[in-house]
Design a protein around this ligand. Structure first.
Ligand code: NAD
Length: 313
C-alpha cells in the first residue's frame, strides 16, 4: 500500500515561513498585498477565491478583492488590471480562471506586469520558465531565506505557476528523486501540464506529456516512475495503468454529484501499486495556495529591496 504525500502538512510549514516573511516586511513598513480577481460564480472558482482570502488572513497578507459579474466587459477588466499594475499596495494578482468565454483571457493576462504575475501565466513568465531563467527557484534548494536571496536575482523576477511549483515542492519535500527519472504527465494546459513538464525538464527528468488525443494512454503511464495527472476526469487513472512502485501525483479536482471531491486517480486501485500517492483533497491543492502566498511574499520582498524605505537624517 502506498504512503501518502501529505500536502496539508507541507502547506502549513510553507505558510508559517510566509507569515514570518510578512512580519519581517511589516517591520519595514511594507504591508504585503494580494489582488484576487473573480468573474462570475463558477463554484470551483468561488471556492478557491474564499480559500485564498482565508489563507491571506492567516498569513498577514492583505487581500484586495476584485469581483465582477460574468457580464463584465473586456474594457472594465483591462482598466482594473492597469489600476492593479499601478497600485503600490498590491504585489501580486491571482486571476481566477476561467474568465467568461466572450473575454480574450490571454489579452487580460498579458496586461498584468510580469512583476505582479505571481501565478506565472503571462507570456513573459512562460517564456522565462521555458528559457530556464526563473527555474532558479526550483533548482536552488529552498532554504529559510531563499525568498530574500531570490529578490536580488533578476532571473527570479518572474514567478513559477503555483500548482506545478507546488507539485515539485511536494516531491522534493518527500525526497523523491527526479533527475533521470521518467515522468509522465497527463494534461498539457498552460496552467498545469505544460509548465510542469518544463519544470521537470529543468530538473533533468525524461518527460512524456499526454493529452486527450494520446493513443493508448495506459502504455504511456505504465512507463512512469512519476505519474502526474491534471485532466479533470474522475477515475481516469486506474491501478492497471500504473507501474508497481511509481509515485503518483493527482492534480485533478472533480466534484461528484453527491458533492464529494475527487481527483483524476482511482485512489483505491492505484494506491495498491504506487509507492507514494497524493490524496484528493489534501494533496496538491493546499500546496498550491501556499505557493501563491510564497510568491506574493517574494514579490513584496523584491519590491522592498528595489525601493527601500528612506529615513531622513
Ligand atoms: P484543462 O481543461 O485546461 O486541461 C485538461 C487537460 O487534460 C488537457 O490538456 C486535455 O488534453 C487533457 N485531457 C482531458 N481529458 C483527457 C483524457 N481522457 N485523457 C488524457 N488527457 C485528457 O484543465 P487544467 O486547468 O489543466 O486543470 C486540470 C485539472 O486540475 C482540473 O481538474 C482542475 O480542477 C485541476 N486543478 C487543480 C489545481 C490544484 O491546486 N490542485 C490547480 C489547477 C487545476
Amino acid at each position: 500500500m502506498a504512503d501518502i504525500l501529505d500536502g496539508k502538512t507541507l502547506a502549513e510549514r510553507i505558510k508559517q515561513r510566509v507569515r514570518r516573511e510578512v512580519a519581517s516586511l511589516n517591520k519595514d513598513a511594507v504591508d504585503v498585498g494580494l489582488g484576487v480577481l473573480l468573474t462570475g460564480d463558477n463554484p470551483a472558482s468561488v471556492q478557491y477565491y474564499k480559500t485564498t482570502l482565508g489563507a491571506c488572513r492567516k498569513t498577514g497578507i492583505t487581500a484586495y478583492e476584485f469581483r465582477f459579474a460574468d457580464t463584465v466587459s473586456l474594457n472594465e477588466l483591462l482598466n482594473s488590471i492597469h489600476a492593479i499594475n499601478r497600485d503600490e499596495r498590491i504585489h501580486g494578482l491571482l486571476m481566477l480562471m476561467p474568465l467568461p468565454a466572450r473575454i480574450n483571457a490571454r489579452r487580460v493576462i498579458n496586461t498584468l506586469v510580469p512583476e505582479k504575475d505571481i501565478d506565472g501565466l503571462g507570456s513573459i513568465s512562460v517564456g522565462r520558465l521555458s528559457a530556464d531563467e526563473s527555474t532558479i527557484q526550483i533548482i536552488r534548494q529552498t532554504g529559510a531565506n531563499t525568498m530574500n536571496r531570490d529578490a536580488m536575482n533578476p532571473a527570479a523576477w518572474s514567478f513559477l505557476p503555483c500548482t506545478p511549483f507546488g507539485v515539485i515542492r511536494l516531491l522534493e519535500h518527500y525526497k523523491v528523486p527526479i533527475r533521470g527519472r521518467h515522468v509522465v504527465i497527463i494534461g498539457k494546459s498552460l496552467a498545469v501540464g505544460k509548465p510542469l513538464s518544463m519544470m521537470f525538464l529543468a530538473k533533468e527528468a525524461t518527460v512524456t506529456v499526454c493529452h486527450r488525443e494520446t493513443r493508448d494512454l495506459g502504455s504511456m503511464t505504465r512507463q512512469a516512475d512519476i505519474l502526474c495527472s491534471a485532466t479533470g476526469k474522475a477515475a481516469l487513472v486506474t491501478g492497471d495503468m500504473v507501474k508497481r512502485g511509481a509515485v503518483v501525483v493527482d492534480v485533478g479536482i472533480n466534484m461528484l454529484q453527491d458533492g464529494t471531491m475527487t481527483g483524476d486517480v482511482d485512489f483505491r486501485s492505484v494506491a495498491r501499486k504506487a509507492s507514494l500517492i497524493t490524496p484528493v483533497p489534501g494533496g496538491v491543492g493546499p500546496v498550491t495556495v501556499a505557493m501563491l502566498l510564497e510568491n506574493t511574499a517574494r514579490s513584496a520582498r523584491r519590491f522592498n529591496m528595489l525601493h527601500p524605505s528612506m529615513t531622513l537624517a
